[in-house]
Design a binder for this molecule. Sequence first.
Ligand code: ZN
Length: 289
Amino acid sequence: MILKATCQEVGKRCFRESWLTQYTPWLSYSPRLKGAFCIFCVLFPQPVQRGIQGAFITTPCTKYKDFNECARNHTSSAWHRGSQQDAEHFASTIRDPNKDIICQIDNSVKRTIEENRKKLYPIISTILFCGTNDLAIRGKDSTKGNVEQLYAYRIEGGDSILKNHFDTAAGNARYTSHRTQNDLINLSEQALREDIVKAANNAVGFSIIADETADILGTEQLSLGVRFVDTSSEKAMIREEFLGFSPLKGMDAATISDCIIQHCKTFGLLLNNLLGQGYDGCSIMAGKE
Ligand SMILES: [Zn+2]
């Protein structure tokens, strides 16, 4: 009815309703702008490299006298073909989200991360084995030593993922250099400490245990530990855990107590839950002298 009324008012050739069927699914009529548009080209506009986008795209097509020719020209245009492809891709993505290209890239990245994790697991596990059994990781050079022997032992025992990784990885992506080993040790230290701090913070309260000791270079190191009752499992148990070493700048009470407080904060311990302090019979350690 709207179309009819419009034509009578203008008194010239008018838009035929049958064109909507003939040029489905892209053709649409705008009563407000009194002309025909292409839904695909309006909703999925293409970049303009040459020429000017006109009828059906940025302006309504009102050449009803030559409408079929205009419509045919439009459907064969590069802009329309590009917009149609984008529209079809959009519709298929809505129907099946797994087809989305970003989703596919995302899945591919996830797969790579999963595969790399599987490769890293035996390497980290071997380094942790050395750590928990007091075994030196390296020998005289990076290709000899306990950790290398243990890698070979794992492969001999049937660790196909590690074997495949060593057989196929590029020289700079084997994750076996001493730098990578140090990175993995540091990351393991952080993860382990985070677990301990979380458990200590979840306890009713905890005590700090500190002592000082000289390292192999003669630098005084503060060793910091935490003691708490762990009630996370069915049977409550007392845990006494080592948190880390820190070099001491001085041996006076103020320096030591500052160091203790600073490290408790850095590690994330909630000092409001600190109920006790334990030192090795030394009054300086408690900040008294
Ligand atoms: Zn179009």
